[in-house]
Design a protein. Structure first.
Length: 391
């Protein structure tokens, strides 16, 4: 039952996407938040593990949901919270979760018309607290991390008596953005957790959490969404129909993250990625007229998303090539060259470059784009230079 859980002290990684560009487009509007979502797909094994913990009365005081951003960790965290708040009773405790409730839980789902669902969705449930980035009083935006003042809200909340006589639940979203002081404030709760309480920590970078927190939590790892699950979610969340070509591009660039796929579509990333992929097919003899058109498109005022999507496409292409080269010339290496990459061109690049040379190209690309973004360099020239780097 606990095969899906393990504790790790090192930064997690591995697989294509582990080194992907840090560029993230702005959050698109109109997306269903984890608080409001009734639709869940892709992590059924993790959900069943939680159901088993509930039915066996072995729910731990603290869980860490760890994995890539935008793959459904927060959605499952809210599903678990709603289930506990709906079914928990006054007799519940960490040794016997649902007291005398005779029926076993078969799903974490709670109907949208249930009062618990609406209270959680509105943030008004008295037995639930969600920690997110705090609002900077001097700005209209949120801070870049969860500060210690926000983290200190957990202790007094958990020590209060449950209004319904059952569970008190805390979800810490984007927990890896907590600074050291904030994490230490959370650690004090984990050292002596009150009864009938659960802390659900959602972390995109497990290695950013201090070891003493990880050692006191049960860690559940989430894999990136499979292509079929990503396609299912895209058809529901985005609406409309996507061509097979667009689906392949999304699957390649999103790396199993529905959040990243949504942002790519909202920021025009499909069109930009298609252009970059088409140009790379002519390696090393690029059509420089097309390259200049692309660079002009990225260099215009207010077109940062275009430049960011060029960056993420370049980095993902060469990250994939490094991964394929490391796997060798056999079938495993060739399997890494998924659509929409042109396999013949990729094999030509792999045959002409050593693993060290490909890694050097990837490192130069990531450093080049990072410098262009943070040093406010000419984006048009930066795109042109990227094509020079890969030759």
């Amino acid at each position: 039952m606990f095969d899906d859980f393990q504790d790790l002290d090192e930064e997690e990684g591995g697989g294509v996407g582990a080194l992907a560009s840090s560029y993230e487009p702005d959050e698109p509007e109109g997306l269903e938040s984890p608080r409001d979502s009734t639709f869940f797909v892709g992590h059924e094994k993790n959900e069943q593990a939680l159901i088993n913990l509930i039915n066996s009365g072995a729910m731990p005081h603290a869980l860490i949901f760890a994995g890539t951003k935008g793959i459904g960790k927060s959605t499952l965290a809210f599903r678990l919270a709603r289930c506990l708040l709906k079914h928990g009773t006054a007799e519940s405790n960490q040794d016997s979760l649902f007291g005398d409730v005779p029926a076993e839980i078969t799903s974490l789902s709670v109907a949208k018309d249930d009062p618990v669902f609406s209270k959680v969705a509105s943030g008004g449930h008295p037995d639930m607290l969600t920690l997110e980035h705090s609002l900077d009083p001097k700005k209209t935006s949120k801070n870049g991390d969860i500060d210690v003042y926000t983290a200190r809200k957990v202790a007094p909340f958990l020590r209060m008596t449950s209004s319904a006589g059952g569970w008190r639940v805390v979800i810490v979203d984007n927990a890896d953005t907590m600074n050291r002081n904030a994490q230490n404030a959370l650690l004090k709760i984990l050292e002596e957790p009150p009864k009938n309480t659960i802390l659900i920590v959602v972390a995109h970078r497990l290695g950013a959490m201090i070891p003493t927190i990880r050692s006191r939590c049960r860690v559940m790892h989430f894999d990136p969404l499979a292509a079929v699950d990503l396609a299912t979610l895209m058809s529901k969340e985005v609406g409309g129909t996507l061509s097979d070509k667009d689906k392949n591009i999304l699957n390649f660039l999103a790396q199993g993250s529905i959040g990243r796929a949504q942002k790519l579509i909202a920021s025009g990333g499909l069109d930009i990625a298609d252009k970059v992929l088409g140009m790379v097919e002519h390696w090393p003899n690029f059509n420089w007229v097309d390259v200049h058109h692309l660079s002009d498109q990225c260099g215009r005022m207010g077109q940062d998303s275009n430049f960011g999507n060029v960056e993420s496409t370049f980095n993902t292409i060469f990250e994939t090539l490094v991964f394929a080269k490391a796997k060798g010339q056999g079938q495993e290496g060739q399997n890494a060259l998924q659509e929409p990459l042109n396999k013949d061109v990729c094999l030509k690049i792999l045959e002409s470059r050593s693993l060290e040379a490909l890694t050097d190209i990837y490192d130069k690309l990531t450093a080049h784009f990072r410098q262009a973004r943070f040093s406010n360099l000419d984006k048009r020239q930066a795109v042109l230079e990227a094509f020079n780097i890969i030759t």
